[in-house]
Design a protein around this ligand. Structure first.
Ligand SMILES: O=C(O)C(=O)C[C@H](O)[C@H](O)COP(=O)(O)O
Length: 210
């Protein structure tokens, strides 16, 4: 998928569920739960060893899903994400080697930023969307508004501490195209196999932002 199409899809959905999977066997039911809730999107974080295979499983089982890799902190993980079929990469911070690998492989990449210098590094690479992480802890919407002002072409995807009670505040700012978050896909729900609750929270989140 081209970066333009991917950005359009992310902007349409407005939410990117950030997932941590301990077991690859949860990948299929989680994909099902997200699709059933109306949000066929997942950022599967490389915080666990299950990430690579889970991305592969979700892409195979649900070809319509937009499955990206999160917490990509080095090129080795970026390669594994590409090999598994990830549609995009997200990092908690900005790594030049990860961004260069993504650009060389035409894989959309959304690095984490929270300072003007980091946004400027993203701009040097021609990126048009960055993650703002950790959003709530770094001052939330007020900080994003101040940070966005000098960079009129840059769009932001805040992540960290966002949930059903504050997402609408973020999305009301037109430079924020989507928010990342784990509130509808909490580890505790996944590990308990409570996929019905994941579908319910996902549907609730989609209804909220629609
Ligand atoms: O691992 C990464 O690369 C991250 O960026 C961390 C996740 O984005 C946040 O953990 C999600 O934040 P919560 O919605 O507050 O759970």
């Amino acid at each position: 998928m081209s970066e333009t199409n991917l950005l359009a899809q992310v902007a349409e959905k407005k939410i990117v569920p950030v997932v941590k999977l301990d077991r690859t066997s949860d990948a299929k039911p989680l994909g099902e739960a997200l699709c059933a809730g109306g949000l066929p999107v997942a950022e599967v974080t490389f915080r666990t060893d299950a990430a690579e295979e889970s991305i592969r499983i979700m892409k195979n089982e649900f070809p319509e899903m937009m499955v990206g890799a999160g917490t990509v902190v080095n090129v080795e993980q970026a390669k594994r994400a590409l090999d598994a079929g990830a549609s995009f990469l997200v990092s908690p911070g900005i790594s030049r080697t990860v961004v260069e690998f993504a650009l060389d492989n035409k894989l959309p990449v959304f690095p984490g930023t929270c300072t003007p210098s980091e946004v400027m590094i993203a701009m040097e690479y021609g990126l048009s969307l960055v993650k703002f992480f950790p959003a709530e802890q770094y001052g939330g919407l007020n900080t994003i508004k101040a940070l966005a002002a000098p960079f009129p072409a840059m769009k932001f995807m805040p992540t960290g501490g966002i949930n059903a009670s504050n997402i609408l505040n973020y999305l009301a700012f037109d430079r924020i195209i989507a928010c990342g978050g784990s509130w509808m896909v909490k580890d505790s729900l996944i590990n308990a196999g409570n996929f019905a609750e994941i579908t319910r929270l996902t549907a609730e989140a989609i209804a909220l932002v629609s």
